[in-house]
Design a protein around this ligand. Sequence first.
Ligand code: BG6
Length: 535
Amino acid sequence: MCGIIGYNGYRNAQPVILDGLKRLEYRGYDSAGIGIINKKLQVHKQVGDISRLIDSIPSFTGTIGIGHTRWATHGKVTETNAHPQLNTSKTIAIVHNGIIDNFLELKNHLQQKGYVFQSQTDSEIIAHLIDEHYHKDFQDAILKTIRQLRGSYAIVAISQKDPDTIIAARNESPLVIGIGDNENLVASDIPALLKYTNRVIYLDDGEICILKKKSVTILDSAGTQKQKETHLVTWDVRDAEKAGYPHFMLKEIHEQPHALTQGLVGRISEINRTVSFHEKIERLLRKPIQKIHLIACGTSFYACYIGKYLFEQLTNIPVQIDLASEYRYFSPKQPDAFVIAVTQSGETLDTLGALRTAKKTGCQTLVITNVIGSTATRIANAYLLTQSGPEIGVAATKTFTSQILMLYLLALKIASNQQTISSDDLYHTLIELRELPREVRQILHQTEEIKTLAHNISNSTSLFYIGRGINYPLALEGALKIKEISYIHAEGFAAGELKHGPFALLSPETPVIAIATHDKIFDKMLANIGEIKAR
Ligand code: BG6
């Protein structure tokens, strides 16, 4: 995962690009670089995070440029491997996110033609290919280049020979265009653009974008001009700032009550005893639903797992859950399944692949996502926005709870349509849901207790999370978070399963976190906790 930004406008490009890179740092930060044209191409790269780039960069002038923050895939972390990557005469600069599958084949071809490679990256071939095809026309050179590329890419390129133009191209890696007044931007993620504009166009696979100071033109891979919809992003630039928190993840944990409130706004009415969505979703939900498939990756998958319990309890509709990476290749063809994909970003490759597979199979599809206009919203028949505000922490927190809320609302809606929930039960549930943000806030007020507990387990080398029923997938998610954030080995288990093997791994030094809520199997949970204590 790398971060990309390009700017073409009336401002000095250097501070705009450096600020954008700072906002993209969460995508990776082992090295970074910037390229600016002011008659000549000026490039500066640096190993380390963006602050090291900022500290070392000479002052470049020029109103057009590109920047990149790298998380190495091909080649070590070195200044040479950092982006921008250049052609031999250093007149063309490109930044790239993705992986070029046929890069060895293309590298051989270029080497036979006399091109000399400086870096170990797959990205450098892109600069040389553009150079090879560049006779008079930059646009033509890019079109010819991308036709040769196989794999995933978001590319942004500038050339000294065409100093007023940025060209961007995308295949399977996100790119969004920011439309300003007398200035236009391109970036891998919305937060990098928000300071300048909230009007955005999402590039689709195979498209390229010609970005001038005063115009934006989108072409398909054949070079034919396309009309694209401009979306208005409701996020504010302040949403993408830390607001006094030491890091984004903590800020996003504390944003949960607000995110949940936003998710409920306009969707539930206690007085009318209804859950409602926009018409496209309502229409989808009115059709008879025989079975539901929930698909996602990572934390979103665990939200789906919880969703399975919710749907099955409330509706009696059988639910299958699948990791998107598995569903894509191994799912049985079931055109009568209603497929719900859950993806915070709306851009996770495997989830997009699974959605496309479902559509090809003939399934009705709905996506739950946080990003309006993201690729997933354009593939699925309808989309439901979580309304959580931008997630920058990467490890999902507020978006996870919002996803569960959306799945719960959908389950309630279907149950109400199918009359598997009584009007009174729905009413009481809606009243409780209204209280949810306040209750989450109460938990977050226990920061000191939580800190003490975290401190007590912070030196453990291994940790168990256990739960039953809906708390089982929650235990899996808890373990995932511990692994991802604390680098401590952690496993989530259904509490009733410990005796079938995992007990062997328990030692007096293994903390076990039990999620025990007052539900119908609370007593069984207590019994499981007793078993663990006995050991
Ligand atoms: C992972 C993140 O890379 O992607 C997880 O670390 C996230 O937190 C997962 O759940 C899936 O992302 P998305 O955007 O499809 O929900």
